[in-house]
Design a protein around this ligand. Structure first.
Ligand SMILES: [Zn+2]
Length: 505
């Protein structure tokens, strides 16, 4: 018997179309650009399909053909040359390496490239036209993505991370390969059903009501025969594209009636939670007041909207300036992006004292650059932090001290995922009174272990976090909260035709 042959590749970034930071091939090189066979053993957020695929192939006696894996940290528009170059590289690998029994792709799903509102839909449909209608295409997504009709038409099963923070990215890659195995064995025929609840919001799953919502989805997946996977595409409000918004997605074993019902029931339940799922957002003054009156520590304050993981620069200084004005002590910031300041700190060397200007250079409404006499405490080349089983590079970096305030400066943009961001610089995060992190919610799991109080703070306006006032040009206007009275009902669920429909059968 010949071994089943599978192809896997990764093309992922998240595009905040309002971000000033453009993406070219160097941004992929800085985060992950692994040619066939070069992918490290540890997965990044969107490339777990490759590392899990290796294990799946070993355990099941499959032949795995690896393509390119590319991931750039979230930012603004991807240049046309970069997207087309990486896309065509993967398409050439598909054309040259086939025939395949299944194709499993790791995507983020919120990429926007110059000239392409739906690069992932473009990639998937071009793969489809190479491999023909019958070979299953399975892909994993970040829930902060856009579920376009083109993607659903091109693929057989799409699976999004359920958790935000996305601690389950390896689990979802395992789902993808399990469904791939069942489809290749002829045990299942995946079909997708989609429901559009006509809304957009931010859905942290670490607190209610979303915690219960996700637990219910996991229970339904286990209990319901012929239900292969359930996903909530949260949507990504910083992406100004025509199909921006939340979607519910059910993958069934050729049971579209069941899939439509599951997607609709979940979508209607989610719509009922509108306006009740976001974290409580404090002003900087209120966040510091609450942190200072709290007996014990450390208190973690999330600078939640200057999140490089959402495509911002990550160089806002609003919270730091407020801390300096209040002469706060025993407070550490992780981190502020400023590659030029890092260069100056590395040139000066550890132990040096000097005047330094840093931060707030990239976008309006992020505060002003800080001018301060700083002590350079620690310089690290190619610094990094952990995130679950993955390693996240932050580039050359420096720890500086201004009185009782410690600030990590980094040169590769990255949100704060993990307390190791601090401990790698010799800071014991548990011994600080206040930790300030740039992240919307991914920091939560790691910091909750050491921090008895976590506060979310909206400082400045680095990110388009209020869809009612965001100057969209392409995104739909008939969704909540842009339209406060958007109806939950009357939106038909859709089911993909699967391979039979693609053949016209
Ligand atoms: Zn995400």
């Amino acid at each position: 018997m010949t071994k089943p042959r599978a192809f896997t590749a990764v093309l992922a970034t998240e595009t905040n179309t309002f971000s000033p930071i453009r993406i070219d091939i160097n941004a992929f090189r800085a985060s992950l650009l692994a040619r066939p066979g070069e992918h490290p053993e540890t997965p990044t957020l969107c490339s777990a399909v490759m590392t899990v695929g290796r294990r799946f192939a070993r355990e099941n006696g499959w032949e795995l053909i690896e393509g390119t894996a590319a991931w750039a940290d979230p930012a603004g528009l991807v240049s046309r040359q970069t997207f087309e170059g990486l896309r065509d590289e993967i398409l050439d690998q598909v054309a040259a390496g086939g025939p395949f029994d299944v194709v499993v792709i790791g995507l983020h799903g919120a990429m926007v490239a110059d000239g392409y509102d739906d690069p992932e839909g473009d990639l998937l449909s071009r793969i489809r036209s190479i491999i023909g209608p019958d070979v299953p295409i399975i892909a994993t997504f970040d829930p902060h993505s856009h579920l376009t009709a083109k993607r659903v038409a091109a693929a057989d099963a799409l699976i999004a991370f359920k958790e935000f923070p996305h601690i389950d990215f390896v689990d979802r890659a395992e789902d993808a390969w399990r469904i791939a195995g069942q489809a290749v064995a002829g045990e299942v025929k995946p079909v997708m059903s989609v429901y559009d609840p006509k809304m957009i919001d931010v859905f942290p799953t670490t607190s209610e009501p979303m915690r219960r919502f996700v637990d219910d989805m996991i229970r339904l997946e286990k209990e319901t025969p012929d239900l292969l996977s359930l996903s909530v595409i949260h949507g990504f409000m910083a992406g100004d594209v025509p199909e921006m918004g939340t979607r519910l997605l059910a993958v069934t074993n050729n049971a579209p009636v069941l899939g439509q019902k599951m997607a609709r029931d979940l979508g209607e339940a989610l719509f009922e939670l509108r306006g009740k799922v976001r974290s409580i957002e404090l002003t900087p003054a209120d966040a510091y007041a609450r942190a200072l009156e709290f007996d014990g520590g450390p208190v973690t304050i999330a600078d939640m909207w200057d999140n490089p993981g959402g495509g911002t620069a990550g160089d806002a200084t609003v919270l730091l300036a407020e801390a300096m004005a209040r002469n706060l002590e025993c407070i550490a910031f992780g981190s502020i992006w400023d590659p030029v300041a890092v260069q100056l700190c590395h040139a000066a060397g550890e132990g040096a004292q000097m005047m330094l200007r840093f931060g707030a250079k990239s976008a309006p409404e992020t505060g002003d650059p800080i001018d301060a006499e700083v002590e350079i405490v620690r310089n690290i080349r190619n610094a990094e932090q952990a995130f679950g089983q993955s390693i996240v590079p932050i580039g050359d970096a420096s720890l500086i001290r201004i009185g009782g305030i410690e600030v990590i400066l980094n040169s590769t943009r990255a949100q704060c995922f993990d307390t190791s961001l601090f401990s790698n610089f010799g800071i014991d995060p548990a011994k600080r009174k206040i930790l300030v992190v740039k992240s919307t919610n991914h920091f939560h799991q790691s910091f909750a272990r050491i921090s008895p109080l976590i506060l979310y703070c909206a400082a400045g306006r680095p990110y388009p976090n209020d869809p009612r006032v965001t100057p969209y040009k392409k995104a739909p206007r008939d969704i909540w909260p842009i339209n406060e009275i958007a109806p939950a009902n009357g939106h038909e669920t859709k089911t993909s035709a699967g391979s039979a429909g693609r053949r016209g059968g």
